[in-house]
Write a protein that binds this ligand. Structure first.
Ligand code: ADP
Ligand code: MG
Length: 297
């Protein structure tokens, strides 16, 4: 591993007798090496500033040590968080604070706040978010996924198409087991947009295998524009659909969102979009022109 950059702030005081200055220089160097070896990067990089601050606050040795450790822990937690967010592969940043509950009255804010505690993830329960396009399903998936990451759970976000495509490919190439193991690993697997596009005939069987593996081990958060009652059409197989739902819904929370697309609501507000004559503005799946497929960054 490349040696990390030198600690910029570890200075030797000037104006000391040569022998004393040399002793201090050696001490600074040894300390720098030990902090590196112990991987205490935050302490190492900010040692002088942290010690100055500890002195300013008149901390005793024990307090100063706790203060230095707290800086290191905070820095490590920040790194863990940013790495786990990257690994989760969220398509964009969305938070619960950024979710306007008033815009979607069919959602019970208390229910979502309860889900945000991630007790369901700890228990290995599942969550299904069902509702028409644009009502905030992916937003809530990302927001809840981030809460789970913040609480230390491993999370992976994937679209249903990508997941099922990968399982089908695995089956064709003889690597299905490896892929099933890979998608069984994260404590929370978020499967976005089931039901939007037609699935390959064997996709239902493969999804069933994944859900069985994860059953009571890890949680699945899944969003769909089709209510679970219509999943036999989604999978094109009633037996497979009910086997999937049997496991998925055994310990689960189903959140049904009704109402208008948030995107179209915004457009309507700014006058960019007007419902066509004769179309119902509240029938978000039928009777409405498809929303612009905008993937916000
Ligand atoms: P869906 O997954 O149900 O199709 P999205 O979650 O992709 O919908 O929402 C579309 C866009 O509208 C996203 O940018 C999302 O952040 C935003 N959005 C949807 N509902 C809300 C809401 N209630 N408050 C704030 N932003 C919302
Ligand atoms: Mg979505």
């Amino acid at each position: 591993m490349a040696r990390s950059k030198p600690a910029a702030t570890m200075a030797v005081p000037t104006g000391l007798p040569a022998a004393e200055a040399a002793d201090i220089a050696r001490l600074v160097e040894d300390l720098d090496a030990m902090l590196s070896r112990l991987r205490l990067g935050a302490i190492r990089e900010q040692l002088d500033a942290l010690l100055d601050e500890a002195a300013r606050r008149q901390l005793n040795l024990r307090e100063a040590l706790a203060w230095l450790c707290a800086a290191e822990v905070a820095s490590k937690e920040q790194r863990r968080l940013s790495m786990a967010m990257t690994i989760a592969r969220f398509p964009f940043v969305r938070t619960l604070e950024g979710f306007e509950f008033e815009a979607q009255p069919s959602i019970d804010p208390g229910k979502i706040r309860d889900l945000a505690t991630c007790r369901w993830v700890a228990n290995g329960d599942n969550v299904v978010l069902q509702g028409p396009p644009g009502v905030g399903k992916t937003h809530l998936e990302v927001a809840l996924g981030r809460e789970a990451v913040a609480r230390g759970y491993t999370v992976q976000f994937i679209t249903a198409m990508e997941l099922l495509g990968s399982l089908v490919k695995g089956q064709q190439q003889g690597t299905l087991d490896v892929r099933l193991a890979q998608y069984s690993k994260p404590k929370l697997l978020i499967v976005d947009e089931l039901g939007y596009l037609p699935l390959e005939p064997q996709a239902g069987h493969l999804f069933f295998q994944l859900i069985s593996r994860r059953y009571e081990q890890g949680s699945v958060l899944i969003s769909s524009n089709r209510p679970v009652e219509e999943w036999d059409e989604v999978f094109g197989d009633q037996v497979v659909a009910s086997a999937i739902l049997d496991r998925l819904l055994h310990h689960s929370h189903v959140v049904t969102i009704r109402g208008d697309s948030y995107r179209l609501r915004e457009k309507r507000r700014s006058g960019l979009f007007r419902p066509q004559a004769g179309s119902s503005s509240s029938s978000a799946i039928g009777g409405m022109p498809p929303p612009t497929p905008a993937k916000e960054a």
